[in-house]
Unconditional design. Structure first.
Length: 195
């Protein structure tokens, strides 16, 4: 069987002994993944609509080939081996992996989300004051607002200040108050200064 995506340079995640075996199952699986990430990198500057179209045009075939390869390899691989566990996980998570094809705004990887929560994971021992459900809820709300501000190019401090000044008034007078406080509606002074 020939795999068209074997032109990937090096496989740093593979042990040195496997790097030389370009046709090893682990190298082939990693090459499919590398190909998807290279395509995503090429589509990074496109609009969500253009990215959606390009993904269907170019990435769907790579995903289809990866799924076919994984199903074939599952039958040939010991389930408790490292490769067997990886293939089982891939097939189990397949519906979630391919979800990004449905919308050009979605990402192939959750790395950005993982990076954004890392400070909270690292600091959780320092936050023992959230030892009640109410404290935990309050922390979750604040952290969500801060990360949402960052993702939307807002200065978290200025955005929170704006929210705290406007929420009490709007919540008493306007039924659609929450919608009026979304990041897209934030005034210019809430945005991060351009470098």
């Amino acid at each position: 069987m020939h795999f068209a995506f074997l032109d990937c340079p090096g496989f740093p995640a593979l042990p040195v002994s496997k790097e030389k075996q370009k046709d090893s199952p682990a190298a082939i699986g990693e090459c499919y993944c590398s190909r998807l990430f290279k395509l995503e990198e090429a589509f990074a500057e496109l609009t969500p609509e253009e990215r959606y179209e390009k993904r269907l045009e170019q990435e769907k075939s790579v995903l289809d080939a990866l799924l076919s390869w994984a199903n074939e390899m599952q039958a040939k691989t010991a389930p408790k081996s490292a490769l067997g566990r990886a293939i089982h996980y891939l097939l189990e998570q397949w519906p979630y992996l391919t979800r990004y094809l449905e919308d050009g705004r979605l990402e192939l990887s959750n790395n950005r989300a993982e990076r954004s929560i890392k400070p909270f994971v690292m600091g959780r021992k320092n936050w023992l004051f959230a030892n009640t459900p109410g404290g935990a809820q309050a922390s979750a709300v604040i952290y969500s607002l801060i990360e949402t501000a960052k993702e939307n190019g807002l200065d978290p401090y200025r955005y929170l200040l704006w929210l705290l000044r406007n929420t009490p008034v709007l919540s008493e007078t306007d039924e659609a108050w929450a919608e009026k406080l979304l990041p897209a509606r934030a005034p210019e002074e809430c945005y991060m200064p351009q470098k």
